[in-house]
Ligand binder design. Sequence first.
Ligand code: HEC
Ligand code: HEC
Length: 212
Amino acid sequence: MHRLMSVSLAFAMMASLGCIRPEGAKKTLSGQELYAACASCHGETGAGNASIAAPNIAGLPAWYVEAQLAKYRSGVRGYHPEDHEGLRMRPMSRQMMDEAEVKAVSAYVATLQAVKAAPSIQGGDATAGAGQYAVCQACHGDKGQGLEATKGPPLAGQYDWYLVSQLKKFKGGLRGTHPLDTTGAQMRPMATMLADEQAMKNVVAHIATFSR
Ligand code: HEC
Ligand code: HEC
């Protein structure tokens, strides 16, 4: 309870720091200028911040960042009442005035040097996970590098807690269930195949063996 409260408080503070555009200002901002609003949660380097559940976005490809920002903006992601982190990200996605700004900030995120997040989850069996990952590689690449053709994002280098949280969201229907979420709908049955949390930890332990 205490931890939850302090996380929400930290979020409120971060969100207020994230205000970049004075009311009424019309000027189109550059990707770097726009990113100032993101840095309060995702960090200057894009490496994220575990204490406020902000994922590592450094170097994610522009096509994926753009697609996710578009989903948040239109309420295709981050709409479920139990998707607390997604609900926090959603208003941030609306800081961009138009699609041109969405493209600009996405291109900027893609230029940030990719970094590998340190592992935090105990008890994952990477060997068992390797077997499960055989199914994932068709869309995410054999080294978790991501594949634009299948719209599967890079998984390598991402925080393990974030990967598990997203697998749970897909499986529980908090992500990937909106009728317009066609790529989320492709991912959802894959998360459903993972029988339990242990299976998720195993596959994520295998992903942690990839370099970014
Ligand atoms: C108030 C904190 C906060 C701010 C500010 C913020 N984000 Fe986020 N962002 C989050 C959280 C938390 C998540 C994870 C949502 C989840 O777990 O489902 C997230 C998720 C994302 C994702 C999805 C990553 C993935 O791998 O699918 C992208 C992309 C993203 N943010 C980009 C941005 C950009 C660009 C900005 C600035 C315009 C921004 N964020 C500002 C908190 C924030
Ligand atoms: C049929 C293609 C496909 C397969 C197979 C697949 N995925 Fe995905 N996955 C996707 C797509 C597409 C997305 C992005 C969904 C979106 O646009 O929101 C995704 C998203 C994810 C995410 C969220 C990443 C983020 O940054 O938020 C995780 C975690 C993930 N997949 C893990 C897995 C694992 C583990 C497996 C194997 C058990 C797997 N995927 C198999 C297509 C696939």
